[in-house]
Design a protein around this ligand. Structure first.
Ligand code: GLU
Length: 410
C-alpha cells in the first residue's frame, strides 16, 4: 500500500458507514485506533556493528475481544501501513464473527538481508519492546508477510521470560510447539472456500476454471496447491523473483517442491513473463496473494478476469476498485477472502487455553463452517443494501463492532 494506506481503508469504511447510516461521531470512534506503539530495536549484528530497526504495534479496536493480528517484516512497514492493516483486522475478525478485535505490527526491515541469528535477536528485542501491551487476553500477534512459525516461537519464548508460560500469546506457532494442525495452510484454504462459495452462486466450480496467482509465499502457494487438488487449472504464478505462464496449466506440485527447496521461483523452469504482466493474464479468477496496492488506477482497466480474490491485504486501491466495478469484475474483499488464517489462529488459541489439541479434520470442518456461514451473511447483506461484496462485508463487520461498543458503553 502506498502512502495513505489507512486513508484507503477508511474510504472503504465510509462507503459501508453510509449504507448503515452511521453518524459522523460513530464513524469517528470506529475508525480511530485505540493504541499505537513505536519501538526502537537496537541489536548486535553478526559483524559486531549495531543495527537499528524500528518496530510498530497498532491496536485498532477490542470491543469484540482481544486485539488480534499479524506481524510483518518488510521495508515498507510504517505507522500508516500498520494502522491500515490493524483496521482491516478489526473488520476481518468481525465479518467472520470470531471473538477478537484488530491489531497489526511489524518491523521496517528486509529479513532476507539478515542472518537467522540476527533475525532472532531482532525478534526478541522487538518482543521486549512490546511485551507489556500483548498477552493471551490482551493482544495476540501472529505471522504475516515474511514472518513464520519460527518467529512466533521466539516471541512465545521471550514473552515467557517476563510473564511465564503463556503459549496463547501468539498464534501461528510450529505444530511441535503449541501450534495448530492446519494453521499454515489456513489462509490459502480459506481463499479456496471463498472462491467455491462465490462460484457456486454462478453455477460454476473450481474444476473447469482458470486461476492466476500473484505471490507464492504461505498464502499463494497453499491456495495454488488446493486449487490444483480440486481440479482447477492454475495457468500463471509468480513471486517477486519470477512469473511463469502456461495456458495448459502449470505443474504446481513441481513448483511447490522447488520453492520448498529454493525458497523462491527464481530458478524454476518454464515460460516466463514480466512480473507486471502477471496480473494481466486472461483467466477466470485472479488472486493477488502478495503485497498491497498491486491493482491500481494504472492497470485495473487492463485486467482480463471475471473475479478478483484478495488473498493479500489491501491489494486493490479504491480508484481501481471503482474501475473494476465499472467493468463488472467482482471482488471478494480481503477482510473475508483471507480470513481463514486468523480463523485457524482462533482455533489455535482455543486449543492453547484448553491444552487440548484438535485433529486436522476438526480444524478443516470448523474452518469450512465459519467461512461458508460468513459468505452467506455477506451475500444477504449485499442483497439488503444492493451493493458490492466489499461494502456488504464492511457493513456486516462495522455493525457488529458498533453494536458491541454501544453495549459495553463508553
Ligand atoms: N496476518 C494474518 C492476517 O492478515 C493472520 C492474522 C492472525 O492470525 O492473527 O489475517
Amino acid at each position: 500500500m502506498a502512502t495513505g494506506a489507512f486513508e484507503n481503508v477508511n474510504r472503504y469504511f465510509d462507503t459501508a458507514a453510509k449504507l448503515l447510516g452511521l453518524t459522523e461521531a460513530e464513524s469517528r470512534y470506529l475508525r480511530t485506533p485505540a493504541r499505537e506503539l513505536k519501538v526502537e530495536c537496537n541489536i548486535r549484528m553478526d559483524d559486531g556493528t549495531v543495527g537499528t530497526f524500528v518496530g510498530f504495534r497498532v491496536q485498532h479496536d477490542n470491543a469484540r475481544g482481544p486485539y488480534k493480528g499479524g506481524l510483518r517484516y518488510h521495508p515498507t512497514v510504517d505507522l500508516d501501513h500498520t494502522q491500515a492493516l490493524a483496521s482491516l483486522m478489526t473488520w476481518k475478525t468481525a465479518v467472520v464473527d470470531i471473538p477478537y478485535g484488530g491489531a497489526k505490527g511489524g518491523i521496517a526491515v528486509d529479513p532476507n538481508a539478515l542472518s537467522k541469528l540476527e533475525l532472532e535477536r531482532l525478534t526478541r528485542k522487538f518482543t521486549q519492546g512490546i511485551h507489556e501491551m500483548i498477552g493471551d487476553t490482551v493482544d495476540i500477534p501472529a505471522p504475516d508477510v515474511n514472518t513464520n512459525g519460527q518467529v512466533m516461537a521466539w516471541i512465545m519464548d521471550e514473552y515467557a521470560k517476563f510473564h511465564g508460560f503463556r503459549p496463547g500469546v501468539v498464534t501461528g506457532k510450529p505444530v511441535e510447539l503449541f501450534g495448530s494442525e492446519g494453521r499454515s495452510e489456513a489462509t490459502g484454504r480459506g481463499v479456496v472456500i471463498a472462491i467455491e462459495e462465490y462460484l457456486a452462486t454462478k453455477g460454476k466450480k473450481v474444476s473447469g476454471s482458470t486461476f492466476v496467482i500473484q505471490g507464492f509465499g504461505n498464502v499463494g502457494s497453499h491456495a495454488a496447491r488446493i486449487l490444483d487438488e480440486k481440479g482447477g487449472k492454475v495457468i500463471a504464478i509468480g513471486d517477486h523473483t519470477k512469473s511463469l505462464h502456461d495456458p495448459n496449466g502449470l505443474d504446481i506440485s513441481a513448483a511447490l517442491a522447488h520453492v520448498a527447496e529454493h525458497r523462491t521461483l527464481e530458478q524454476f523452469d518454464g515460460k516466463t513473463l514480466p512480473n507486471d504482466e502477471l496480473l494481466l493474464v486472461e483467466c477466470d479468477v485472479l488472486i493477488p496473494a502478495a503485497l498491497g496496492d498491486v491493482i491500481h488506477e494504472g492497470n485495473a482497466k487492463d485486467l482480463r478476469t471475471t473475479l478478483v480474490v484478495e488473498a493479500a491485504n489491501g491489494p486493490t486501491t479504491p480508484e481501481a476498485d471503482e474501475i473494476l466495478h465499472g467493468r463488472d469484475i467482482d471482488v471478494i474483499p480481503d477482510i473475508y477472502a483471507n480470513a481463514g488464517g486468523v480463523t485457524v489462529s482462533y482455533f489455535e488459541w482455543a486449543q492453547n487455553i484448553q491444552q487440548f489439541p484438535w485433529s486436522y479434520e476438526r480444524v478443516r470442518t470448523e474452518l469450512e463452517n465459519i467461512m461458508r456461514k460468513a459468505f452467506k451473511t455477506i451475500h444477504e447483506a449485499q442483497q439488503q443494501h444492493s451493493c458490492h461484496m466489499r461494502a456488504a462485508a464492511f457493513a456486516v463487520a462495522i455493525d457488529r463492532v458498533r453494536a458491541a461498543s454501544e453495549m459495553r458503553g463508553f
